[in-house]
Structure formats: C-alpha cells, structure tokens
Design a binder for this molecule. Sequence first.
Ligand code: URA
Ligand code: SF4
Length: 214
Amino acid sequence: MSAGEFVPIGVSLVGLRQAAVSCRGCRLAAQDGVRTVFSAGDPLARLALVGEQPGDVEDRRGIPFVGPAGQLLDRALADAGIPRADVYVTNAVKHFRFRQEAPGTRRIHVTPDLEHLEACKPWLLAELGIVDPAVVVLLGATAVRSLLGPELRVTRDRGRLIPRPTWPDEPARVHLAWWLITTHPSAVLRTPDRDAAYAALVADLRVATAALTG
Ligand code: URA
Ligand code: SF4
C-alpha cells in the first residue's frame, strides 16, 4: 500500500492538502475517528521541519505540532531566532497511530512502522518539492528513517549540515541544499535533564538558521 496513487501531479500545496484528506494509502486512515493532519506554516519557507506523526491533540485540531511537543518546539524556534510562522512544519506520517484500551479511553501513541513511513513518503516528497526549502530539519529518528534511511543516527549525526540525498523517485523540482538532524521535542520532554536537552535542540536549530543566512 502507498499514498502514491492519491498524490496529484502538478498541483499547488493547497491541491496536495485537499487530496490528502481522502488518502487511503495505508491502514492508519481506517482507525476510528482520525483525520489527515497535513502541514502548517509558510508555504514559501526556506526552513522546513519534519516530525514523526500527529499526536492526539494534533489529530483533534487537524494541525501538526500544536500539543505539548509543539509548544516546546515553538519556544525552541523562537530561541533559535526564527518564529514558528516563518517555517514550514510537517510530519513523516500524516495520520495519528494509536492504541486504546477501550473506546472513549485515552489514545496512546504508537510509533509508525516502516510500512507506514514508506506508504506516506510520497506526500512528504511532493510537499517538499513544492515548498523547496533551503534546509530541512529532521526531528527525531522516525523522520530520519523516512527520509535518510537507517544509516544515520540522531545521537551520532545530529547538529551538522548534511548534503541532501537523492532518491530514485524524487520530484524534479526538489533542489533543497541541506538536511539537519536533531532530537524530537517529545524526547526533550521525556529526558531527565530537560534543560540540557532543550539547549541542545536550540543549538541545533541555530545551525539550521545560520545556514539560511550564511
Ligand atoms: N509529534 C510529531 O512528531 N508531530 C506532531 O505533529 C506532534 C507531535
Ligand atoms: Fe495516507 Fe499517510 Fe494517512 Fe497512510 S498515514 S493513510 S499514507 S496520509
């Protein structure tokens, strides 16, 4: 299964977003009460951020990174000198994957599998192709796994500019220059030494913003 057949060719970002509403490219869309959470932010942004998948709050509001992790991310972006409104924010997977003990109880996040990443990747490549940012920041291991594959590691490879890879199926328009790996804001929230983890996230984001001006 893949989103490929649902992704329209030659449309704007608005057209992509509209088509993504009815994507059935993997089984996540068949879960009860979920919707496609596409992206947010500036469609002309020079900096794009890719997370994992929408969480519970994002699914309910239909906007990526608006829950606790999103609030931390907003603060980190501001501290790195770039307002959230100036960046493009999206996720490797556009549907919330969760488990639930019983209907009506709390929906618990489940990490997407490789099959979901592969299925949803056509949306990601299409949107990055249209936005065409200069730098793409990968927030955490899932985004890295989706776009750069298993060779790169968050802890080992974070915080430095990585020349962009090429994909056999890449859209013709993509000519973004750099990738940068950093930690996921949810990981910062879970770390015992949250202040140090937050400072490291901000430092990484500063490397990305410096690449925009430099
Ligand atoms: N975590 C993510 O990776 N993405 C979101 O949109 C929210 C939380
Ligand atoms: Fe389509 Fe992605 Fe949702 Fe799967 S997660 S149904 S591929 S939008």
